[in-house]
Design a protein around this ligand. Sequence first.
Ligand code: SF4
Length: 255
Amino acid sequence: MAKAVRAKARAKAPKIPYTPDEVAEIFRRLAVQRPHPTSELEHVNTFTLLVAVVLSAQMTDAGVNRATRTLFARASTPDAMAALGEDEVREAIKSVGFFRTKAKNVQRLSEILRDQHGGEVPRDRASLEALPGVGRKTANVILNTAFGEETLAVDTHILRIGNRIKIAPGKTPEAVEDGFLKIIPDGFLRHAHHWLILHGRFVCKARKPDCAVCIIADLCRADERWCDTAAPLVALPDASPGPQPLPPGAKRPGG
Ligand code: SF4
């Protein structure tokens, strides 16, 4: 990520009840727990990832995957999807919420990729966000998951975690994104999106967080606690041999 973008985010984010060392420890543990996180949306290339993310609004990944298995078997490129036509796309994804609007968006974005981008998914944010059905969050997912850029797409899980544990509070996804960009140590940002989503989906859940098995319970500053855990109950191996809290090349903000 460009230094100017992170510097801007740092300037705007509010104060939080964590020291830089504690933030680094939180992300170190999340990294140890899931060393190779990736999207749970099934896809075979960058284009199908883009379509899956567009379809995922207000949907579970499992629900999207059920619909896209058939769709992607028939069309996995912008050319093929555009040729399939809106009616066929709509029929294939009719189990997905807002399928009529989403089918229209998939059809139109496929035509734009075919006609204006040589059948490729563009790597720049402006071109991505110009596609129908693609907003900042979707662009961040594509830039991160497909192109390895250090972006953070804030979904409902990340929005909740940022506010619940007060590590990146904010009323809007943009504010929470800014907050996380301010504090995530260099070297962790590449996978932070997936670590936080998976933590929110499986541990720090909306209704009843599993604090008893949470690997950051002893560091968590949430107002409400769902157990009396004072230290991590899950055995945590070091992220690397030797007592190094950060991965190679990583450094704490300001360090
Ligand atoms: S201790 Fe509970 S509230 Fe805090 S991060 Fe873990 S699951 Fe969430």
